[in-house]
Ligand binder design. Structure first.
Ligand code: PFF
Length: 448
């Protein structure tokens, strides 16, 4: 039935590739910085452990058990009379909208590899001018690099599971991990490392707001690629050797380790050169280039490596974000993989094109209410579709599917009776409550 399968390690690497993305290196350090550090990181880690891992295991279980694309996977497992639950599989549409602007950011990263190869900005002011100039002033460069980014993603997915996706992850993931480790060990030699550790790990609850808690919970889902059927789709290409429990732990372990190592490394460097980690979204594109400049020759090399690592992180996630749509079109709608890839990539590119334009001066009319199209699509994907996908998945497995069938399946996947009960409790109660809270909050109080 399936045209390709991941090897056991290939599945873990590709799923870790999906999880480790822009969220880990771009978003995590700055939201941790914005929300006061330690206490935020603690909430994030607890959510990853108690809600993230159970939901990730749920996605892997559903994919592995059914060997089907998302809509058919839900349909297959739903008890008779409840087949309308197949609509929950359309959560893959969240990945479709996510990719429209995710690919724009990968385009910026391509440009930054080029930029840092030839000229590192010499000060924060120059770095800021370079970044703002790109995003708000230089549509042509963005359009060009965005096209290159989409082209790379489409080419890999068109190559199929083994020859495209597994192969690229087998190269990019070890390379990314190596780069982050080298930079982390270099950071260890700085006096400011201790300061970075205490910023990230000393919880000061007076700095944590209710809003900060919700950002931490939302990010825990985003970083594990939950709720958009990405890892569920990968799991539908995993074989009998793949075990749900150990795979979930591996994927989460790699994802969390990269976020923490990257955060520690970046804060160490920033403290050392007198920069404030609470600088918001410009951290990677503005503060870091200025920091690398001050490091001298090593910094020049590190700057390029850093943006290469970020690009690899982004690409391996973007690939997993395109695959669910392609798998759906190929398996359920019987469209050839080639047509499915290029057709959906073209539509995603076009929407991304308008999203990037919406931030350029003079294109303010491309907005939705008060938000630029770019921010509106981000809100729709990350704060509405992603939590909705996670919620329907949790409700489906926790309340609709026969509990004993689940238990029997998971027994063969490393779940003892106790582990199953803990997992089931998390899926049935904890996840729906946590997700409903963040959804209501972001609907009433704006984007997370
Ligand atoms: N986990 C990715 C990141 O941290 O950047 C983002 C992501 C990928 C979210 C795939 C959702 C998804 F389905």
């Amino acid at each position: 039935m399936k045209k390709g399968h991941f090897s056991k390690a290939g599945f873990i690497l590709a799923s870790a590739g999906s999880a480790v993305g822009l969220g880990n290196i771009w978003k995590f350090p700055y939201i941790a910085g914005d929300n006061g550090g330690g206490a935020f990181v603690l909430v994030y880690l607890l959510t990853v452990a108690f809600v993230g891992i159970p939901l990730l295991a749920a996605e892997i279980a559903l994919g592995n058990m059914t060997q089907r694309e998302p809509v058919s996977a839900f349909e297959h497992v739903a008890p008779s009379g409840k087949k309308q639950w197949r609509f929950a599989g359309f959560s893959f549409l969240g990945s479709f909208t996510l990719l429209t602007f995710y690919s724009v950011v990968i385009g910026w990263l391509y440009y930054y590899i080029y930029l840092t190869l030839f000229h590192l900005p010499t000060s924060i002011a120059e770095a800021e001018a370079a970044f703002m100039g790109l995003v708000t002033g230089d549509a042509i460069t963005q359009i060009f690099f965005h096209a290159l980014a989409m082209l790379t993603v489409a080419l890999v997915v068109a190559g199929g599971i083994q020859k495209g996706i597994e192969r690229i992850n087998t190269f990019m993931m070890p390379a990314l991990i190596l780069i982050i480790l080298v930079m982390f060990f270099y950071a260890l030699s700085f006096d400011t490392f201790g300061k970075a550790v205490s910023f990230m790990f000393d919880p000061d609850f007076s700095k944590l707001t209710a809003y900060g808690v919700l950002v931490a919970v939302g990010h825990a889902f985003f970083t594990l690629s939950i709720g958009m059927a990405a890892i569920m789709t990968y799991a539908s290409f995993s074989g009998k050797q793949t075990k749900v429990l150990s795979s979930s732990l591996w994927i989460t372990g790699i994802d969390t380790a990269i976020a923490l190592l990257a955060g520690l490394m970046m804060f160490t460097f920033m403290y050392n050169f007198g920069m404030d980690p609470q600088k918001g979204a410009g951290l990677v594109f503005i503060s870091m280039p200025a920091v690398f400049y001050q490091m001298g020759a090593v910094g020049n090399v590190f700057a390029v490596l850093f943006f290469v690592a970020l690009t690899f992180a982004g690409l391996t996630s973007a690939i997993s974000i395109l695959e669910p749509t392609v798998a759906h079109l190929e398996e359920r709608r019987k469209i050839s993989r080639t047509k499915a890839v290029w057709g959906s990539a073209a539509i995603i590119y076009l929407i991304g094109f308008f999203a990037l334009l919406s931030q350029v001066k003079g294109f303010g009319f491309l907005s939705v209410g008060e938000k630029s199209l770019f921010d509106a699509i981000d809100l729709l994907s990350s704060s509405i579709m992603l939590p909705l996908g996670g919620l329907t998945l949790a409700l489906f497995l926790g309340w609709v599917v026969d509990r004993h069938n689940l238990e029997r399946f998971l027994e063969g996947h490393g779940f003892t009776k106790v582990i199953f009960n803990v997992w089931f409790f998390a899926i049935r109660f904890v996840a729906p409550v946590a997700i409903t809270t963040i959804m209501l909050y972001s609907l009433f109080f704006g984007s997370l």
